[in-house]
Each structure stands twice: as C-alpha cells, then as structure tokens.
Design a protein around this ligand. Structure first.
Ligand code: AMP
Length: 120
C-alpha cells in the first residue's frame, strides 16, 4: 500500500495508488505510480500519476514543479520498458473541454503503433 499525499477518498486514482482499487502496476517510486489504462486506446496505454493528489496540470503549483519534472523524467524509462523504441505520445487532458474524466493529474503514455497525426 502506498501513501497518498492530499488523499481524496472520492478520487479513483488516489484509491488505486493506495491499493484499495486494483490496477496493473508497471512502475512505482516514492513520488509516482504507473499502471495500465483499463480501456487502452493503443497497444500500449499506461497512466502515470503523482502520489500527491493534484486535480490536473491546471492545478499544479510552483512547489509541485519538481514533482512534475520527476514524472516527465521517469516516462522515457517506462516507455522503453514497454518497448516503445519507435516513439510514443504523452497526453495530459485538462478539464471537461480537454476530455479529462478523472480529476487526478495523470499522463497517458500511448504507443505501440503509428498514431494519428491529428490530436483533435
Ligand atoms: P482522462 O480521460 O484523461 O481523465 O483519462 C482517464 C483514464 O483513466 C481513461 O483513459 C480511462 O480509461 C482510465 N481509467 C478509468 N478507470 C480506470 C481504472 N480503474 N483503471 C485503470 N484506468 C482507468
């Protein structure tokens, strides 16, 4: 079980990080947790989330800068472990118009195929 900072008992991803809701973990360290998306949109679809509950990229505060940088720094290693040597896409949806459905900051790692050029 992992400690969640700013734990929100109503938050799906906080409960996944805690281990109260099952997930398929692909990576974990003291600051973040990565697991397979339950409804993958590509052969590889991994979500990377901070253990600190932050609602979205739009809510990142200056003191969260090192945390976000850390997540961006671990993504290449996760992608390499997933076999994405030919490239991949990293997406973070923000708010209703951005298509965000889970209000806990997360980065999608999507790959394993040649992705469409258009993003919207
Ligand atoms: P977003 O729409 O950007 O907020 O992304 C939320 C993602 O969480 C979607 O791609 C969902 O398929 C995924 N998701 C929802 N519930 C679960 C779950 N229990 N385990 C893993 N992924 C989930």
């Amino acid at each position: 079980m992992s400690e969640v900072i700013n734990y929100d008992s109503e938050c799906l991803f906080c409960n996944i990080i805690k281990g109260d809701i099952p997930s398929t973990k692909v990576y974990e360290d003291e600051l973040c947790y990565a697991f397979r998306d339950i409804a993958p949109q590509a052969p590889v679809h991994v979500l990377v989330v901070p253990k600190k509950h932050i609602p979205s990229l739009d809510a990142v505060a200056p003191e969260d800068g090192a945390l976000v940088t850390h997540i961006l720094a671990v993504i290449p290693g996760i992608a390499a472990a997933e076999g994405l040597q030919n490239g991949y896409r990293v997406v973070s949806n923000i708010g209703p118009d951005g298509g965000q459905t889970v209000p806990h900051l997360h980065f999608h790692i999507i790959g394993g195929t040649s992705l469409a050029g258009r993003m919207a």
